[in-house]
Structure formats: C-alpha cells, structure tokens
Design a protein around this ligand. Structure first.
Ligand SMILES: *Cc1c(COP(=O)(O)O)cnc(C)c1O
Length: 442
C-alpha cells in the first residue's frame, strides 16, 4: 500500500464514528483489495500510455459555448442593433451617440456588442479602463474610444499608442500626457470631466476655467470634449438634475467666453437622454437602453426596447424525492413528495446571487418551475411537481433539457427587473453579475 504512486494509503485507518464496527472492517478489507488492484492497474495504465493515440487538434478544439459547460448567456445582437436604432430616433438631429460598453458591455461581451452598436450607427465607444480600450483595438474596432475616468499615469503610452482618449481632471496628468505625446510627435486629445454635483469625478464646475488656463500652454494638448455626469437622471425628482445642467451650461459658456473651444459637449446617460432632450447637447452616452433595459418607469413610455441578454442552462442531474427529503446545503428546503428535483450548473459564482435562494422561478418547457434549496457556488436546484392535475399538463424534465434562468421561453418570461427587484438592486448589477458565463451571440 505504501508504494502507491501518489502516496495515498486509503481511508481505512481513519476512525469513523458514524460507522458501525462491522461496516468499518468491511470497508477496511475493501480498501486493501482496492489498493492491490490500483497497483495492478497502474502498471497497465503506463503500458496503455505508450500505445495511446493522441486526440486530434480538431477534437481538442475549445468546445462551443454551451457545449463545454451546460450554462451560457445568449446575447441577441439584433436586439442591440434595434435598441441603437430606437434610441437614435429619440436624439436631436446632429446629436452623436456614444455606446457605453464598460464592464464587458454590462456583462454582454464588449467586442460583440461594440461591433454591433457601431454597425447600427453608434458613433463612439466609452469604456472605464484602458485595458478595455486595448481589447477593442486588438479586436479591430476603429471607432473613437473614451475612457470615462482619468487612468493611471502608467497607461499614457497605451493611450497614445492605441488611440484611446482619456478623461482628465488633474493638471499634472494632462501635462504628463501631453509631454509623452510631444516626444512621439503626436497630439494628446482628451475630454475634460466636470463635476457639477455628483461628486464622483471631475474638476469642480467653478474651477474648470482655471484648469484650462493651467494646462492650455501645452501645444500637444487638445481639448476634444467636455462632459459631466448626472446623479439623479433616473429619479422622479428633477430639481437636482436641473441644477447640475445649469452649472454645466454655465461652465461651457464661460469656457467659450474665455476663448476655449469646448469641443464635443456631452452630459446625458440613458435616463437623461430619453427624459430630457434639452440636455442631449452634442452627444449622449448610452449604456442601459442599448442593452434593452429601462433606467426608470418613465422611460418605458418613451422607447420600445428589446432585452439583449438571456441566461440558459441544461439539466445535469435529477432526483425524485419522497416526502420531507431535503435539498442543498442546510437542507432548508423539504420535499412535499412526488417531486423531481433537477440540478443546473449555474450558481452564485456565475451571478445567480445566493440571496435569491428559494425566491425565484426558472422556465422549462415554457412553464415556470420553482428554484428550491440554497443556491450553490456553481449549481442550484429546482423542483417539478410530478402529480397530474386537471389544471395543467404534467412535465417530466430530463438530463440535458434546457432551462431558462433569465429571458423568454414560450409565453413565460423572467426579466432583469424582476431579479433586480427581488435583490433590491439595479438592473446594471444583474447583467454585470452574469459577466463570467460563456457567451453565445445570436
Ligand atoms: C455608465 C455611464 C454612462 C451610461 O449610463 P447608462 O445609465 O447605462 O446609460 C454614461 N456616462 C458615464 C460617465 C457613465 O459612467
């Protein structure tokens, strides 16, 4: 036993307080026999190894998403194109559309979404990190890319080398960026971020002119745009937005008066662009609506959108349970009997949040089924009633059957808003939560 290749000596020597003495001795005999057999098959294994026929490259090619693992997000790019076109119709004639594709396009896949959005008429892209910009450039995306924050100084070569435009609010960064550009015989375009009240990023609105006076001596620096961001665009109350808009308009006016060309003036996110056309200015930055989701009830009457993301899985195992048998960690859920419990390989590591345990439905065969038991890290269970009833047809799902976690099947639908409501969070957090699932673009 000691000379097993991996040093494993079996469990037989461990005391097991749950085992009867008889079981323990039977187990110990079996372990000894197993070890002997393992030794035997080990030498056979190495013999087999020499004769092994390697798998071909084709056989070892990455499985298609949804095949390698029975869980995936489907991204409907025609929905993205539809939403771009719908939003475009709500913009003033010369207003440009910047598609916000930060955070892997809100979990939808940055490259696929960016190409679809540009193809459907978006003019520019916005990201939150330089790495996202580089990913787009490497994927062959040529559209102008704005980073919505001032990135670390270390990324200056990447900004210039990949033609990614930073947002800037610190004079030191502006000068360092301009110096690097000058050394390479390039211009250093940037957008000035102005803080008009959200207090997240940007030079204070009443210090913007001073900022420009401090940096504008540099010949390489090129103010390509100026923008602000609203804190309350999706809120019922509108006074705060009006105050921010007023400050922003004043800042831009003052810039012009002082002789600075502000370039592309932009402020509105999805909610602001749809609800307040007067703040669309030269460009809007649309995220949520492009993914087919509404920032607030008010926008539902304004735009007809199509959600682009749905989440799917296939059943990996099933168990028919008798009365009072438990399910999942803690056995908090107990079967009423005559139910089939089915397992799917989606859990909280994939974005199906633990807090939803026992509080959501899935869809199988166009019918709602109830998720039961604690949601695990990479799987969870749902229950199907096996009894016949006059009210509805009996279903009997099998391993391999498709389950919808988010989206439509037949007449049934589970929406992002429904999940967001149950978690008391935003739709943004729901879709970005599903980021890590393999994606199928349709
Ligand atoms: C994320 C973001 C947007 C897009 O907001 P949506 O509500 O998704 O349209 C616009 N501007 C800035 C600065 C952002 O950070």
């Amino acid at each position: 036993m000691d000379n097993l290749p991996n040093g494993f000596t079996g469990f037989a020597h461990l005391p097991n307080e749950f085992e009867s003495a008889g079981e323990a001795s039977r187990r110990s005999r079996a372990a000894t026999a197993g070890a002997a057999q393992a030794q035997h098959s080990h030498s056979q294994l190495s013999a087999n190894h020499r004769r092994a026929i390697p798998f071909t490259e084709v056989e070892l090619a990455d499985p298609r998403p949804g095949d390698g693992r029975w869980a995936w997000a489907e991204i409907d790019l025609s929905a993205i194109r539809h939403n771009v076109a719908q939003s475009r119709r709500l913009l003033q004639p010369r207003c440009r559309l910047m598609a916000v594709v930060k955070a892997d396009a809100y979990g939808h896949g940055i490259v696929g979404v960016s190409k679809a959005a540009i193809g459907a008429g978006a003019d520019r892209l916005a990201v939150s990190t330089v790495a996202e910009g580089i990913e787009l450039r490497k994927a062959g995306v040529n559209a102008p890319i704005l980073v919505l924050a001032q990135p670390p100084r270390q990324t200056i070569p990447h900004l210039l080398g990949y033609r990614i435009t930073p947002s800037i609010y610190e004079p030191d960064f502006a000068i360092a960026y301009a110096e690097a550009a000058d050394l390479h015989g390039m211009m250093a375009p940037y957008h000035l971020a102005v803080n008009t009240g959200m207090n997240r990023l940007g030079v204070r609105h009443d210090e913007a002119i001073e900022f420009l006076h401090q940096v504008s001596f540099h010949r390489a620096l090129e103010l390509e745009g100026v923008f602000t961001h609203y804190a309350t665009a999706e809120c019922a109350e509108t006074l705060d937005l009006q105050l921010q808009a007023r400050r922003f308009i004043d800042t831009v006016d003052n810039m012009r008066t002082a002789g600075f060309d502000p370039g592309v003036v932009h402020a509105a996110n999805s909610a602001a662009a749809l609800r307040y056309p007067s703040v669309q200015f030269d460009m809007v930055r649309l995220g949520l609506v492009l993914y087919g989701l509404h920032p607030c009830p008010e926008t539902r009457q304004i735009a007809e959108l199509r959600p682009a993301m749905s989440v799917h899985a296939r059943i990996t195992d099933t168990h028919v349970l008798g009365v009072s048998e438990g399910v999942s960690y803690g056995l908090h859920y107990r079967s009423p009997g005559s139910v089939k419990v089915c397992t799917i390989p989606v859990g909280y590591a994939d974005g199906l949040r633990y807090a939803l345990s026992g509080n959501i439905d899935f869809i199988v065969n166009g019918r709602y089924v109830r998720q039961v038991g604690a949601i695990c890290m990479d799987s969870c269970m749902f229950e199907v009633d096996l009894r016949r009833s006059a009210a509805r047809e009996r279903i009997d799902p099998q391993v391999g059957d498709e389950v919808v976690i988010l989206g439509k099947q037949g007449l049934a639908e589970i929406t992002v808003d429904e999940l967001a409501g149950k978690l008391m969070t935003t739709p943004y957090e729901i879709t970005t939560g599903f980021s890590s699932l393999p994606k199928v673009f349709t």
